[in-house]
Design a protein. Structure first.
Length: 309
């Protein structure tokens, strides 16, 4: 098979920006682990493939060997399990669907649960460990801001953020896994000379099974129940994951509609987004949920074979 076909410049720059953003915000192993595994099973033959494979393996190895407490160990175990689950599913039946990343992440979650039970670890221990690691990071940041006006007032918000992050830690890792797998699949099809499976669909076609709306409903219901406390924690993490998925779906709807929108209007919307980001994200989530029943993109454009579900 020949090298990957050329693609629009906008798509290339979008993938580059997505890669840079992911490496700044998420553990690199969630992207480079699956990418390395996919390149290996494709039997690399070109210099491009070998360079990317070597870089992915080296970066993953360095990250896996870093020191850290229980929270860092949990993240490393999650990255390894996600990579293994995704590779197994791909070898069984290659797919470019979002559901494949969700299934691999769900399989890794089951593996992590077994890992914690096998080691006798409790959720409270994991949460405490994450809080300790975040507090150590915050102390280092405060030390670097010594003498800066307003530095002392940042302590309370940072402590509250550590408590929230520790509670939502599984959900945040799950989002990193889903995003990493989608990016790994996209870059794999850019790099590999003989990729397996179909290339990813354009972002404007991002979608998934309408039945997954029940995940959002269950998460919301569990997050609102007063007791037991573990149900609220599980519900909050499910709600975080599903809200992010539906916000992404809403953004894909917006991108489709933006093709007909004048550039001055898009510029104004971008400025508003920077000021009112939480409200914009909430609005995109509602649009994504509504798309389950209204299918906005089918109304905007002629049907061309369906979306990436």
């Amino acid at each position: 098979m020949s090298a990957p076909q050329a693609e629009p410049a906008g798509g290339r720059w979008g993938q580059v920006l997505a890669l840079a953003g992911f490496l700044l915000l998420a553990p690199p192993m969630f992207l480079f682990g699956p990418l390395a595994a996919l390149l290996i099973v494709s039997r690399p033959a070109t210099v491009r493939e070998w360079v990317w494979l070597a870089a992915a393996v080296a970066w993953s190895a360095l990250w896996l060997q870093q020191a850290g407490g229980l929270g860092a160990q949990f993240a490393r175990a999650a990255a390894v399990l996600v990579s293994g689950s995704f590779l197994a599913l791909t070898l069984w039946r290659p797919s470019n669907r979002v559901s494949r990343a969700l299934a691999a992440t769900g399989g890794a979650a089951v593996g992590l649960a077994v890992w914690m039970v096998g080691l006798g670890l409790q959720w409270s221990s994991l949460r405490s460990a994450v809080e300790v690691e975040l507090e150590a990071l915050q102390r280092g940041m405060r030390g670097g801001l010594t003498g800066v006006a307003g530095a002392s007032e940042m302590s309370a918000p940072m402590s509250a953020m550590a408590d929230t992050v520790s509670m939502l830690y599984p959900g945040l890792l799950a989002l990193a896994a889903i995003a990493g797998l989608r990016l790994a699949w996209a870059w794999y099809h850019r790099i590999a000379d003989r990729p397996i499976g179909a290339p990813p669909a354009p972002f404007s076609a991002f979608s998934f099974s309408d039945q997954l709306v029940w995940g959002w409903v269950i998460g919301l219901a569990m997050a609102l129940v007063p007791e037991p406390s573990w149900a609220r924690v599980v519900g909050a993490n499910l709600l975080l994951i599903w809200s992010a998925l539906y916000a992404t779906r809403g953004l894909a709807v917006f991108v489709t509609g933006a093709r007909r929108t004048p550039k001055p209007v898009l510029t104004a919307l971008a400025l508003v987004t920077m000021v009112l980001l939480p409200f914009v994200i909430s609005g995109l989530t509602m649009v994504g949920l509504a798309d389950t029943w209204l299918d906005f993109r089918r109304r905007m454009t002629p049907a061309t074979g369906g979306y990436d579900r």
